[in-house]
Write a protein that binds this ligand. Structure first.
Ligand SMILES: C[S@@+](CC[C@H](N)C(=O)[O-])C[C@H]1O[C@@H](n2cnc3c(N)ncnc32)[C@H](O)[C@@H]1O
Length: 364
């Protein structure tokens, strides 16, 4: 099978899997039968010629050129209520071919990544659990693989967690009620927390190989372009968070999340050091991941409480034993923790599972 045929196969499979997304399934289904549009993905770096890269490159184009006729199909440009229905392909194809050079260049140089502000739902839940035995100690929050640092703004957002109906349907909330950024998720735990009370966050700092500066419009637009416009609320929440944080963004150090972590840890203020990773540790080679725990053990040597909370795919967090039903799981998001108290490590803990974008979590 040629490279182009395999790209077209992947586009067709994607359109079938996401048939519930009218715009994106129409684009991928039609591209799969169109050598010129599918062929744009031939400029991708090895292993990157994925349908989502083409979709993100087109979304980036339309966010940059909202006057293009294809924009009428994108709720991120025209608003959810005004997005056109019907067949988007003629306009999308015209734009793709008219801007082919730009699309090839974007596809050759970018890769997709998901920055989902609603992950603050599981971050809030993890933080509350990690702080349960030290509820009054100000937290020095550090995120590895923080990208633009949007999750580090958690105390500037309103995060609301609803218990499932069967557990009483109560709501717990954290953060300023009138924040322009509203995160919402469901607590599916058998015994949901009645309230969401977190200690003050004394400092919030990240580290990333390629931090995104919130004043760098093309870089921020690319992160927005990676979001799927047809999933309600995601694009709007992302842009609201960018606008809120831009004047005073959390610092994200440039560096490797493992080798350069000690330098970031010493810059964190707070009596309880909490390291967080969300869909980021998974990018580091498995053999390197235990080094994170060694850095944290060093940081805990003076007796300060140190916690490491993760929302990552199964088997990503080193040292954490999974329940039998998850040991061979291929997908999903696992919540786990490792903690050091009075200089010694507690038993590593599996805490539960979550939706990858924070729509729900379930503490086991
Ligand atoms: C999918 S994004 C996660 C963004 C954010 N944590 C979230 O959950 O919304 C993964 C991030 O990890 C970063 N990354 C990957 N490998 C890294 C490494 N070795 N050191 C530092 N950052 C890394 C990437 O640059 C990217 O910004």
């Amino acid at each position: 099978m040629s490279d182009l045929e395999s790209i077209e196969d992947r586009l067709a499979a994607w359109s079938r899997e996401y048939a519930d997304l009218p715009l994106y399934s129409a684009i991928t289904a039609n591209s799969a039968r169109d050598d010129e549009v599918a062929g744009l993905l031939l400029s991708a770096q090895p292993g990157q010629a994925r349908p989502v890269l083409l979709l993100a490159a087109l979304h980036d184009l339309v966010l940059d050129h909202p006057d293009l006729p294809m924009a009428q199909w994108y709720s991120s440009v025209v608003g959810a209520d005004a997005a056109a229905t019907g067949d988007p392909w003629p306009e999308v194809r015209n734009a793709a071919l008219a801007h082919a050079d730009r699309l090839r260049q974007v596809i050759a140089t970018r890769s997709t990544q998901t920055n989902e502000v609603n992950r603050c739902v599981y971050l809030a839940a993890l933080l509350q659990r990690a702080c349960a035995d030290v509820p009054d100690l100000p937290v020095g929050l550090v995120e590895i693989g923080a990208s633009a640092g949007l999750l580090l703004g958690i105390d500037r957002y309103r995060t609301t967690i609803e218990a499932v109906e069967a557990a009483g349907g109560e709501r717990a909330a954290y953060g300023p009620r009138d924040s322009p950024v509203q995160c919402l998720g469901e607590d599916r735990s058998t015994r949901p927390a009645a309230q969401l009370r977190l200690p003050p966050i004394a400092s919030a700092r990240g580290i990333d190989l390629h931090p995104v500066d919130l004043t760098d419009a093309p870089a921020v637009r690319w992160l927005a372009a990676c979001l799927w416009p047809e999933v309600p609320g995601r694009y709007e929440r992302f842009t609201a968070a960018v606008d809120l944080l831009r004047p005073d963004p959390p610092t994200v150090d440039r560096g490797d999340m493992i080798d350069d972590l000690p330098a970031t840890l010493v810059r964190a203020d707070g009596d309880h050091l909490v390291l967080f990773s969300s869909w980021a540790l998974t990018y580091a080679e498995r053999s390197r991941r235990p080094q994170v725990a060694r850095h944290l053990a060093d940081a805990a040597r003076d007796g300060r409480p140190v916690s490491w909370i993760t929302a990552e795919p199964p088997r990503c967090m080193p040292g954490v034993e999974l329940p039998p039903h998850l040991r061979d799981a291929q997908g999903g998001t696992v919540l786990a923790a490792r903690r050091w108290r009075d200089g010694a490590e507690l038993a590593p803990a599996y805490w539960g599972t979550a939706h990858p974008h924070g729509q729900w979590f379930d503490f086991a």
